[in-house]
Design a protein around this ligand. Sequence first.
Ligand code: MD3
Ligand code: FE
Length: 202
Amino acid sequence: PVEVVPGCLWWPGWFDRPAQEALVVALRQILTEAPLFVPRMPRTGKPFSVRMSNCGSLGWVSDETGYRYQPFHPESGRPWPAMPATLTALWAQLAPDAPPPEACLINWYDPAARMGLHQDRDEEEFGAPVVSVSLGDTGVFRIGGTARTAATRSIRLASGDVLMLSGPSRLAFHGIDRIVADSSLLKQGGRINLTLRRVRPA
Ligand code: MD3
Ligand code: FE
């Protein structure tokens, strides 16, 4: 792998095209059971440009009352669908010493969507890594340090790429500056990012 910043490992092309297609088939089924929702900023209620859903025992949600992990869909109240075996196997291979992932956040980017620079701090366990899988159009990903003002590096996350964040990068500021429409994986275009997470200490 390529070390982008300390603790941030990048495997370009981890999943080949047939494996990417199989993941999209599994995700389409998950999204029929747990449809994409529009998260909203705490307090202001401003909508995110990214739509989201989750699979696994816990899912990340955001609304006027705050950010949190919960075991059910915010609109249907139904439990999240199970995580595909491909993803639990990826986690077991990359993080054999970590307890199993509880949450898989599904981020869906339309061509104009972006995600501002932020830290992921809603988990109660920062010792475990976060593992991310990118599918569809390329995302211009930026990551810096644990201070918002630290220098940043940018990489292009393409379909099939895997990224693992651990150690010093786990609390690094990061975001998606823009989407590059360059992939034929999703017929209507767009980008999917999956993040596997351990939320609670084992
Ligand atoms: C660095 N997602 O869901 S994935 C997020 O492409 C998120 O959708 C982006 O940031 C996306 O919170 C980036 C790569 C990633 C995921 C989690 C991280 C980078 C990270 C957690 C800590 C530090
Ligand atoms: Fe994040």
